[in-house]
Structure formats: C-alpha cells, structure tokens
Design a protein around this ligand. Sequence first.
Ligand code: PLP
Length: 397
Amino acid sequence: DESARLSQSPDDLPSVSVSVQFSDFAYRTDEGKPWVLPVVKKVESIIVNDTTLNHEYLPILGLPEFRSSASKIALGDDSPAIQENRVGAVQCLGGTGALKMGAEFLRRFYNGNNNTKTPVFVSAPTWENHNAVFSNAGFEDVRPYKYWDAQNRGLDLAGFLGDLESCPEHSIFVLHACAHNPTGTDPTQEQWKQIAEVMMRRKLFVFFDSAYQGFASGSLDKDAWAVRYFVSMGFEMLCAQSFSKNFGLYNERVGNLTIVARDADNLKRVLSQMEKIVRTTWSNPPSQGARVVAVTLNSPELFAEWKDNVKTMADRVLLMRAQLKAKLQALGTPGTWEHITDQIGMFSFTGLNPNQVEYMIKEKHIYLMASGRINMCGLTTKNIDYVAESIHEAVTS
Ligand code: PLP
C-alpha cells in the first residue's frame, strides 16, 4: 500500500509521554484550593461590562498597554532604558511562549544568522521545559551550568562562576530572575554582581526567565532586582515574563517578552523580525488575560490591590516555610532545616534522598518529585503536622 500515511510503524512514530502535573506548579490556598485573585475578579467584571470592547484581532505584537506596563514592572517605572526608547515587548502565550519567541529570535539572528551552534546554558537543575524549548527552537548545544550545591543545600557560586569563565564567548545563559525553580535558591545581590561582571567581560548573552515576580519576597521591586541591575550595567537582553503565578491567570496564557536593545533603531529592527516570527506562529495573541493584567497595572488603585493579593500568596508560603522548619526542629529531625526558610518562592528542595522520597509517597501518600522538590503551596495549617511528622519518619526510619 503506497498511500500516504502518518506513520508506517511505531518506529516511525513512537508514542511519547508528556506527563506534566500542572497543579505541581500552581498556588493553593490554606484550604488546598485554587485562588482567583479578588483584583482579577473585579477587573474581569469591569471588562465584561465595558461596551467599547469587542473581539477583533489584536495587533501581531499584542495589546500595547499590556506590553508597556508589563515591561515597566520588570524594569521599573524610572528605567533609563525605557526613557531612551530602547525597550520593547512582545505579548506571548505565557512565560513559555515568551521563552519560545526569544529562542526563535536568537537562533535566527544572534551571533550570526541561524547559528544553531551557539551554546545555550541552563542551570543544573532547572525547570524541565527550558532544555526542550531551546532545542526545539533549533539550538543544538543546550547544556547545564553549575548551580545547586547538593551537599551544602545552597548555590554553587564557585561552580557557576567557573562555567561562566570557561564557556565560549557569546554563549546564551538562561537565568531565573527570582525564586529559582526548582531549588528556591537565588544568588544574593553581591553574587549577582559577580555573575554580571563575568558575563559582561566574557560577552555572554542574558536571557532572564521571570515567572515568579512578587512571589519570592512579596515585593515586585525586590524580586526584579537582578533584572534591573543587569540593565543598569548596560546588557542587551531578553526577559520572559509570566503572569500565570502572580496573577493566578494560568489558563489565560499571559506572558510578555521584554527586549532591552542597544538603541531605538536596533529595537525597531528586532521588533519587526519578532512580528514576522509571531505572524507564522500564532498570528496574534489572545486578549482576555492580557487585558486583565493591563487594566490592573494601569490603575493606581487596582495596582495597589494586586500587590496586596500577591503579598497574600507570598506570605502564606513564607508562613508554611517557617512552620515546617519549626516543627522539624521541635521534633529533633536529624539534619539542618535552615534551607527551608533560606529558600524562597513556591518550591523547596527538601534535601530528602530518593529512598526518603519513596517512603513519603508509598507510606505517607505525600507526593513530591524524586529530586526531593516540594511545592510549598501543598502545605496547609491542617496538614503541616502530618507532613513534618512524615518527613521525620522518612529521615529516621
Ligand atoms: N519558567 C519557569 C521557571 C516556570 O517555573 C514556569 C512555570 O512553571 C514557566 C516559565 C512557564 O510559565 P507559563 O505557565 O506562564 O508558561
């Protein structure tokens, strides 16, 4: 039979498993429920009742008031780069879409046209999609850079700096802007300065991934410190922003790719090429989620309310961290547990080994990654005693 077929055999078209437990990445209330932010509910009703709105296509690059306000919260209202008209943005489908658009652009134009050989470095470990997004965009050399020091349960700064020193010039580095996923461990400001110094000297390209702004410390400005510092140092850069977590708009796919270019002319040319890439990918983005974010960010009252909502989420996670550490210490669980509160954001690398993780899952029905990573949002005031006692058992049995 010579007819065209999708595949002849399982060898041509193997089944693959894309198993993602999306709730692993989401915020939960103390009742263990998803949370629609009160400010989002309010803005959604404003939008529904706005008779001037319709369902016409958005521009290719997205809603202008969304793009500019999103870039502003990353770079700061008073960013000199914005004042110099060298900041632009592409509204994307989530943070993932922003990473994808950035990766597609870089493969086409960075360090020579269609240079698929430029190394792309992602942290070891990292959010698992980073590798695939860059290799799917055509980069043939996606590699890890040293980040996590398992022994000391903290940042391997010497290893990280060593990789920055020894990699090929012009390599691309994906940096987590804050609340590193999965380790919950960020460089300090002093450490970021050292990282920036080497990256500038060695002509390395910075691609920030900012998926948790506000979530780490409860403060938008504090969580954007690294991004703003790199801009102040004069880096050209990309920054993928996700509004999934900090607005709780997971299924609306709201993301923004902020571009900090050398000058206004360069920015214009970058954006024109971005338009071409978007046109052949999703043509133009959806409006609802981006409108919710834009209306919120562009009203001082709603903006203040949003910051308050973000703080509610961040504070709940901080409280769970403090309580978990205190309970483990009170139980006298062997080991040090300072890292639980040293780490920030949604995730924690507990330091439990694979046997202990298996014990937690099989004996206690507490589900965490084989790496020992837990989503802190799974903890509530009702289950935290059980979780602490289970960790104690897992460690001592
Ligand atoms: N980057 C990191 C580090 C993440 O943890 C996530 C989501 O878990 C994303 C990007 C993707 O965000 P989005 O859901 O907006 O695509």
